[in-house]
Design a binder for this molecule. Structure first.
Ligand code: BTN
Length: 270
């Protein structure tokens, strides 16, 4: 079954039927509009929402990207949702979670036929060096451990006006350039949740180390020359050697293999 970018909201009952073994693990609230699914889910988490709570919105009026940036998407043009997951232990055990989520997303896309999508440290999903989607993980301590609100935005189609994409570090990509026609969005969303549940289970047992090898095979710039920028300034230059067990980026420089915990990564011109 196929879907068009203009079709309406996710139907939680229809989604539920597609979740297979993960059926009991998610409780999905589907909204026509909210400011930001991450912001709303953080509020619900503070009020005690359980692990597996999900908000999916057709439109966000104040969608948020990483490092305080905005996340823009026209109604129906993207799959935008957030998942609340609660973990045992302190916040330090959640290092690298955003990279692990990337692994779940590319596996879900593989299952839906969009094989071989790549990941750009720390939170971009790439198709042909263009940005297909992004991940925003927000962490908080909780009385009984730690919680993560995991926001994912996947472009289904590109904006009609290219001006909306000006100033982005990477050109945008959309699933309708890869699939023709687009997969039915409930099937795609269900697959994403199934893979997320699987990765959360592995992460809860072994942290990012449990999926690190899979991340490295999808690292867009593995063993390629890179520059790491912070606030627009060059911080490190070297060869990308993947990610450490805590998710830190490893860059081989003249001084040896160095760790980066934050910054923007760009491919260095040969
Ligand atoms: C990025 O690439 O900068 C991360 C983008 C994350 C966007 C998603 S859309 C669903 C969720 N709600 C938000 O406000 N942001 C995330």
């Amino acid at each position: 079954m196929t879907d068009s970018p203009s079709s309406l909201l996710i139907d939680p009952l229809r989604l539920h039927a597609l979740l297979g073994d993960a059926q009991g693990r998610f409780d999905v609230d589907s909204l026509a509009e909210c400011e930001s699914t991450n912001t709303l889910l953080l509020e619900r988490a503070a009020q005690g929402a359980p692990t597996g709570s999900v908000i999916v919105a057709d439109r966000q009026t104040a969608g948020r990207g990483s490092r305080g940036r905005r996340w823009l998407a026209a109604p129906g043009a993207s799959l935008t949702f957030s998942v609340l997951w609660r973990f045992d232990g302190g916040l330090e055990r959640l290092a690298g979670l955003s990279l692990a989520v990337g692994v779940a997303v590319v596996h879900a896309l593989d299952c839906c036929g969009a094989t071989g999508m790549l990941l750009k440290w720390p939170n971009d999903i790439l198709h042909d060096n263009a940005k297909l989607g992004g991940i925003l993980v927000e962490l908080q301590s909780a009385p009984d451990g730690a919680l993560a609100v995991i926001g994912i935005g996947l472009n289904l189609s590109l904006p009609a006006s290219p001006g909306e994409c000006e100033g982005f570090a990477l050109p945008p990509a959309a699933l309708d350039e890869i699939f023709s026609p687009l997969p039915e969005r409930h099937a795609l969303f269900a697959q994403l949740l199934i893979e997320l549940a699987h990765v959360f289970d592995r992460f809860a047992q072994g942290g990012f180390a449990a999926v690190r090898d899979q991340w490295q095979t999808r690292n867009a710039w593995q063993d390629r020359p890179v520059q790491v920028l912070r606030d627009g300034h060059l911080e490190k230059e070297g060869v990308c050697r993947g990610a450490d067990v805590d998710g830190a980026l490893l860059v081989q420089t003249a001084a040896g293999v160095e760790r980066c915990l934050s910054g923007d990564l760009s491919l260095r011109a040969p």
